[in-house]
Design a binder for this molecule. Structure first.
Ligand code: BG6
Length: 476
């Protein structure tokens, strides 16, 4: 008898399920990529029955799915959806869950538990699942996906890892970072390692610096209760930006399996030069957009940064001396996630420069969103001039090459990988801790009463001027 697969979503009545998880699962179903026999069981505290849950999901799909909603497809998907209400902390509710699962599965089954809950339940739920016998792998695999944030600092991340490892093997734990599920983020590795053209240039001999920018146009909106006290460094750097840094800077892995890939990524973080507490003022800039303090839910004297920038160095043979500028903020001019590699300029003496003329170095920029693709800037001679130069661009756009409908939502790929048991796009325990370790001094300096200045920036701008790559202090 083939085992069926059950996806249990804790926090199923929440926003993440409605906006991301269920639309991703529905799309996988439409593409025929879910296992042949599957059930999706929602578990949360809202008092709903199966029918009310399905209606809620349907409304969410109509609002958030990025594909055309077809009633017929929905009806064949909806029969796989079930719901039970319960408390994440009550032992008897897990016994009830166990009964419902046995009834639904009616035989051997694999189970994927998705923790789309507030972080305070990240260790409680696995421990309760273990106590109720729901993590035994006698009749199928058991895996747990943990949402972000994974801890709020080094010691809380270490504690969480310890608690999880008490009841789960590391191979059963899938710490999610939705950036790794983005098609264009995965393309960084394809671009770097499938094109031998760039390989020889990818080092300190040819690269002047790298800029990684995740700019958001949205402000904190209605998320102030989560965001205030958390800030950009915890919300965006510990996970997304440092993941992008690893992908740009890592050595080629022996293979793309989870072990080899994650090992190389972790080595990058191990080689990042630690920022000492005294150097935070030179290596980091923080900002807050004007008007943040008036947002409902924000404490009136909040020092929470809505913008952060870091300058990092990777002290290994490949990158010694090359600065990596990482920036992210809210309420900025545009939504754009971009990585720009700036190459070194050739010796100026070769070209007779007009007074004041600037040489434009070659740039390679990856636009990860919203206009996915990349640009290569290079210099050409302007026709019919003695030696005038101009910068021009070679461009690749996903939309032109493949049509936008081929770019799936990040959660689709990640859910599918977890169902297949492929953890290569998930975060390993040691990586989560290393990333916190790196940020600890910055967090400490910014939380100190006499910490470095918090720059106020205008909403709709590009953030504090102090964070532009030309404004950094040379003292490292
Ligand atoms: C989330 C952060 O992880 O990523 C949000 O909590 C942020 O604050 C979001 O807005 C950005 O994701 P994306 O995919 O829109 O770039």
């Amino acid at each position: 008898m083939t085992a069926s697969t059950t996806i249990v979503i804790f926090g199923a009545s929440g926003d993440l399920s409605k906006r991301k998880l269920i639309p991703a699962l529905f799309n996988l179903f439409r593409k025929g990529r879910l296992p042949e026999k599957f059930n999706i069981l929602g578990f949360s505290s809202s008092d709903l029955d199966h029918q009310a849950f399905r209606e809620r999901i349907q409304a969410g799909l109509r609002q958030f799915a990025e594909y055309k909603f077809a009633q017929e497809e929905w009806e064949s998907f909806a029969v796989h959806l079930y719901y039970i209400s319960g408390s994440f902390t009550q032992r008897e509710d897990y016994d009830r869950l166990s009964g419902v699962l046995t009834g639904l599965e009616n035989g051997p089954a694999n189970r994927l538990f998705y923790l789309a809950t507030p972080p305070r339940f990240f260790s409680v739920i696995p421990a309760s699942l273990r106590a109720a016998g729901l993590l035994e792998e006698d009749h199928g695999w058991r895996r747990v996906i943990i949402e972000k944030p994974f801890g709020t600092d080094l010691s809380s991340a270490q504690n969480l890892n310890r608690e999880l490892h008490r009841v789960l093997d590391e191979s059963q734990i899938y710490r999610i970072d939705h950036y790794l599920g983005k098609e264009t983020v995965q393309n960084i590795l394809t671009f770097r390692f499938a094109n031998s053209l760039y390989g020889p240039l990818w080092n300190r001999n040819y690269i002047d610096h790298v800029q990684i920018t995740v700019a958001e146009e949205v402000d904190v909106g209605s998320r102030a209760t989560y965001y205030d006290g958390v800030g950009a460094l915890r919300d965006m750097f510990q996970n997304h930006l440092l993941q992008l840094l690893s992908l740009i800077a890592m050595e080629p892995p022996a293979s793309f399996n989870a072990h080899d890939l994650r090992e190389e990524k972790v080595k990058v973080l191990r080689a990042v030069r630690p920022i000492s507490l005294e150097k935070v003022a030179y290596a980091a800039v923080r900002g807050q957009y004007r008007g943040y303090l008036e947002v409902t839910g924000v404490s009136p004297n909040s020092k929470t940064e809505t913008f952060a920038a870091l300058r990092l160095f990777i002290d290994n043979l490949r990158w010694q001396g090359v600065p990596f500028f990482l920036r992210s903020g809210k309420a900025l001019a545009e939504k754009i996630t971009e990585i720009v590699i700036q190459f070194k300029a050739p010796p100026g003496t070769m070209f007779a420069e007009a007074a004041g003329a600037r040489y434009h170095p070659n740039l390679l920029s990856f636009c990860l969103q919203p206009d996915e693709g990349f640009h290569q800037r290079f210099e050409v001679k302007v026709p019919n001039t003695a030696a005038e130069r101009r910068s021009v661009e070679m461009k690749f756009h996903y939309q032109e090459a493949f049509g936008s409908s081929l770019i799936p939502e990040a959660y689709e790929r990640l859910l599918l990988d977890a169902l297949k048991g492929d953890a290569s796009l998930y975060t390993r325990a040691d990586r989560a801790e290393l990333a916190w370790e790196l940020l600890e001094p910055v967090l400490a300096a910014w939380e100190a009463p006499d910490g470095p200045p918090l720059h106020i920036y205008e909403p709709g701008s590009w953030g504090p001027r102090a964070a532009s790559s030309t404004s950094w202090s040379v003292s490292s």
